[in-house]
Design a protein around this ligand. Structure first.
Ligand SMILES: NC(=O)c1ccc[n+]([C@@H]2O[C@H](COP(=O)([O-])OP(=O)(O)OC[C@H]3O[C@@H](n4cnc5c(N)ncnc54)[C@H](OP(=O)(O)O)[C@@H]3O)[C@@H](O)[C@H]2O)c1
Length: 344
């Protein structure tokens, strides 16, 4: 059977966007043979603007252009006075992939683009958390009204399928407690600090590997984990949480001396995100450095690992973890979402 070609818009050509292009480069035959799908980036954008190539950009060439320091504005197909929002419909785009930075103030560029795409019936795959944190209910409603898929498994713990498991595999369960280490930059920093490395050195390594947020204060001050907790609450716990209700404390106040002291007692400090169910069905949401026994599931998640626990009435206690130290698995989660949207 001839594979179906899906013209896509790819917003953001940074660590995740370029990793997504690398997957298209290397996995095109697999995607065509196994799933009958060809994802063709026709509309691409970075901070310099947008370019349109109706016959599709060659993923390897585009990735190499960006890796060499090139901008979208340098491409022959650059459209100086155009915007992605305007071009979404006229270009024939059938999928929006958002790998642009988190902006919790305005939601730009991701939120208006997701709104526009869903209103046009164009499915969206998001790695960017901001649109969901700012407008989860609205986007879900738009997706339903316009029968457009909305998938975001890449937004929580990279490629660990927290959202998928929560939505698909806990049917009928009541989750009394969800908790996890949702941010690998801080987990890596804390582990390295216990091994004697400085906070600054460890953060620099996370940035070099493309794991840290573009604005790393989101990681170290706990907001990235809080964003993920809000998404889990809305998408999995059925609780319409807002970021303002999460109690948030980051890791910037922790000292190596403090970490040393605890390790002598068989404990570790982790930046723990938790959602604890209250009697009335709402959840108490918190992100805070928390002492855990070293030999507990989350206490044992070290370095580049992230992990989550679901405690529920029907499914016992579920424990899941992942090790990832570059953005490729997150890009792969976008791919899995895109394929699943089409299969669905
Ligand atoms: N890195 C990870 O491991 C990871 C894991 C899970 C989720 N995420 C999420 O994935 C998203 C991308 O992360 P990243 O690490 O790839 O970030 P990044 O390396 O900073 O890349 C961001 C990309 O977005 C572009 N951009 C900035 N403003 C834009 C605008 N107004 N319109 C269009 N594009 C714009 C940037 O353009 P320039 O190239 O011109 O700077 C860059 O190409 C973020 O929302 C992040 O939270 C990342």
């Amino acid at each position: 059977m001839e594979p179906i070609t899906i013209p896509c818009a790819l917003i953001g050509l940074g660590h995740v966007g370029r990793s997504f292009l690398r997957i298209l480069e290397t996995k095109a035959p697999v995607l065509a043979a196994r799933y009958g799908l060809v994802f063709l980036p026709i509309l691409v954008a970075d901070s310099s603007g947008v370019a349109l190539r109706p016959q599709g950009f060659e993923p390897g060439t585009l990735r190499a252009h960006k890796e060499a320091g090139g901008r979208v504005a340098d491409l022959a197909e650059y459209l100086p006075n155009a915007s992605v929002a305007e071009l979404l419909e006229s270009s024939g785009c059938r999928l929006l992939l958002d790998a642009s930075p988190v902006n919790l103030e305005t939601g730009e560029p991701g939120l208006p683009l997701a709104r526009r795409a869903l209103s046009l019936g164009i499915p969206c795959v998001l790695a960017n958390k901001a649109p969901l944190v700012l407008a989860f209910q609205e986007l879900e409603q738009l997706a339903q009204e316009h029968a457009a898929g909305l998938a975001f498994s890449a937004t929580v713990c990279g490629a660990l399928p927290v959202i998928n498991i929560g939505q698909r595999d806990l049917i009928g369960g009541e989750i009394a407690l969800f908790q996890g280490i949702l941010n690998s930059t801080t987990n890596f920093i804390l582990t390295e600090m216990t091994l004697g490395r400085s906070y600054a050195e460890a953060l620099a390594e996370a940035q070099r590997r493309g794991i840290a947020e573009a604005d790393p204060t989101l990681d170290v001050e706990g907001w990235d984990a809080a964003n993920k907790l809000v998404i889990v609450a809305n998408a999995v716990l059925g609780y319409p949480a807002r970021l303002e209700e999460v109690s948030v404390e980051g890791i910037t106040g922790l000292t190596p001396e403090h970490l040393d002291l605890l390790s002598g007692e068989g404990k570790v400090i982790k930046l723990l995100a938790s959602a604890q169910r209250r009697e009335d069905g709402s959840y108490r949401l918190q992100v805070a450095p928390t002492e855990l026994p070293l030999f507990s599931f989350l206490g044992g998640c070290a370095g580049w690992e992230m992990g989550v626990e679901f405690h529920s009435d029907l499914y016992g206690r579920m424990y899941h973890k992942i090790w990832e130290r570059d953005p490729l698995p997150t890009a792969a989660a976008m791919l899995r979402d895109a394929v699943n949207l089409w299969r669905g």
